[in-house]
Ligand binder design. Structure first.
Ligand SMILES: Cc1cc2nc3c(=O)[nH]c(=O)nc-3n(C[C@H](O)[C@H](O)[C@H](O)COP(=O)(O)OP(=O)(O)OC[C@H]3O[C@@H](n4cnc5c(N)ncnc54)[C@H](O)[C@@H]3O)c2cc1C
Length: 438
């Protein structure tokens, strides 16, 4: 290389003002990006990363091979001791920082998702699904839900109980249909609530519920007897209730450390005080919970992709080919650069989506779709770089690909999220008129 042409050398030829305007430092992007955050998030991001590297990463491969061997509740309590499981709301309910909420309602979950899932998508999901389970208590705007139930659950957690919450909308015959307007209008709902003295009796089945087996609390949505989806109502259940049991836990392709389980309800009595938000307010709560959580799914995908990239980079430094380190080959560098560019674009999109004062459907679905599709691409590029080693479990890259694939499916498949993007902009960019028919 001709001396004097590198960015650093070139910069040194400028006067002081020129040098101040030319940043040619070699600093990794994680540090650079962290420095752009408001102060409150900088320290949180560092703490999430430290926890993920210390407590999650060492368990990742084992949790993928043999999920039951990992103590999810123990890990949850370790995370809770850091304050990470009670931070959707500030004092006097939870321990979110007011300054953080002033900047963004969901930046903290998004930062946490990236760091936890860079270490392990499955364990990350097992910890993050709790925030999703708690979200209806917050998004309902119901003060009783906040001050009675959320405060109680958070107190249990602070007292050392693994009071994990799960979110239950999906049913055997209604997956996409409970996530999208057109489908909802003709959904075949099985979970039904029948009026009873002092409350409701609920029967039916929910499936694929993340943390369904380990959760104590469940925010569950059911239609009222003889009514359609417009009657959907959110109920807060707990595992101590008679008639509520856990059925099958699925054998999954990815994010295997987090269980996806069936919940069976046989005439479960739920008192009135466990109705979250208004009667028939469940559909609105569900739609808005998804607006809050889809950018976080984007961040899960981002974390998984970053984890795969870091593992591929490490492999390229450690491995020699033709008596040279793999990293010294330019076509390998091109591939790594392409992956890094995609990861950076994903992060920019997540951070932009969470910066809206209140998350909304279009931006949330765009983030979920773009990040999950891109994570799948990045993980496959990482596998290609590792060659035959990409196919081995021990490197964690094929695991990352399997983990990433799920982000294209849950919280609405990416097809359903694309429909949500159109719906969110109907009357704005998409003026479709009568042609928008079921
Ligand atoms: C591991 C895992 C964890 C999960 N965790 C949870 C959880 O914690 N809580 C919970 O409630 N749910 C959870 N789910 C459920 C998840 O959100 C649903 O699986 C998802 O919404 C898709 O629903 P479905 O599987 O019923 O697919 P279906 O609705 O049967 O869709 C099948 C196919 O048809 C397409 N499709 C359907 N309708 C349309 C349409 N109108 N236009 C175009 N294409 C369409 C879909 O995109 C898909 O490709 C989880 C799922 C998995 C796999």
């Amino acid at each position: 290389m001709i001396s004097g042409l590198t960015p650093r050398e070139a910069r040194s030829r400028l006067n002081l003002m020129g040098r101040l305007l030319y940043d040619a430092r070699s600093i990794d992007l994680w540090k650079r990006d962290t420095a752009t955050l408001p102060r409150v998030f900088r320290s949180m991001r560092r703490r999430y990363r430290a926890f993920a590297q210390r407590e999650i990463a060492p368990l990742a491969l084992q949790a993928d091979l043999d999920p039951p061997s990992v103590d999810i509740k123990g890990l949850f309590l370790k995370s809770a001791r850091e304050g990470f499981q009670t931070e959707l709301t500030p004092w006097p309910i939870g321990n979110a920082r007011y300054r953080a909420l002033f900047h963004s309602l969901i930046m903290a979950p998004a930062l946490k998702a990236e760091e936890f899932c860079a270490a392990c998508g499955g364990l990350g999901l097992a910890l993050l699904a709790h925030d999703l389970g708690m979200a209806p208590l917050f998004a309902s705007g119901d003060l009783r839900a906040l001050f009675k139930w959320m405060r109680r659950i958070y107190r249990e957690i602070r007292d050392g109980e693994p009071a994990i919450a799960a979110y239950a909308i999906t049913e055997p015959n209604a997956g996409s249909d409970v996530e999208e307007t057109q489908g909802a209008s003709r959904a075949r709902i099985s979970c039904r609530a029948r009026k009873a003295p002092g409350g409701w009796r609920i029967s039916g089945t929910k499936v694929f519920i993340s943390d369904g087996a380990v959760a104590k609390w469940i925010t569950l949505f059911a239609a009222l007897e003889k009514e359609g989806m417009e009657s959907w109502t959110c109920f807060l259940l707990d595992k101590g209730m008679e008639g509520l049991s856990v059925g099958r836990s699925e054998r999954k392709m990815g994010q295997r450390a987090a269980d996806a389980s069936e919940l069976i309800l046989e005439d479960v009595f739920v008192p009135h005080e466990r109705v979250i938000g208004p009667l028939r307010g469940g559909w609105a709560i569900n739609r808005n919970v998804l607006n809050f959580s889809r950018p976080v799914v984007g961040a899960i995908a981002l974390g998984i992709a970053r984890g795969a990239w870091e593992r591929a980079l490490d492999f390229c430094h450690q491995t020699r080919m033709g008596n040279r380190p793999l990293i010294s080959y330019q076509d390998v560098q091109l591939e790594l650069a392409d992956m890094l560019a995609k990861i950076q674009a994903m992060r920019a999109l997540v951070w932009q989506a969470v910066s809206y004062r209140v998350p909304f459907q279009t931006a949330s679905s765009i983030t979920k779709v773009f990040c999950s599709d891109t994570a799948w691409e990045v993980c496959n590029q990482a596998m290609a770089i590792l060659g035959d080693h990409g196919f081995l479990h021990c490197h964690g890259v094929e695991k990352a690909a399997r983990d990433a694939r799920l982000t294209q499916i849950y919280e609405g498949t990416n097809q359903i999220n694309r429909l949500a993007i159109v719906e969110g902009q109907l009357g704005a960019e998409f003026k479709i008129g009568d042609f928008y028919a079921p």
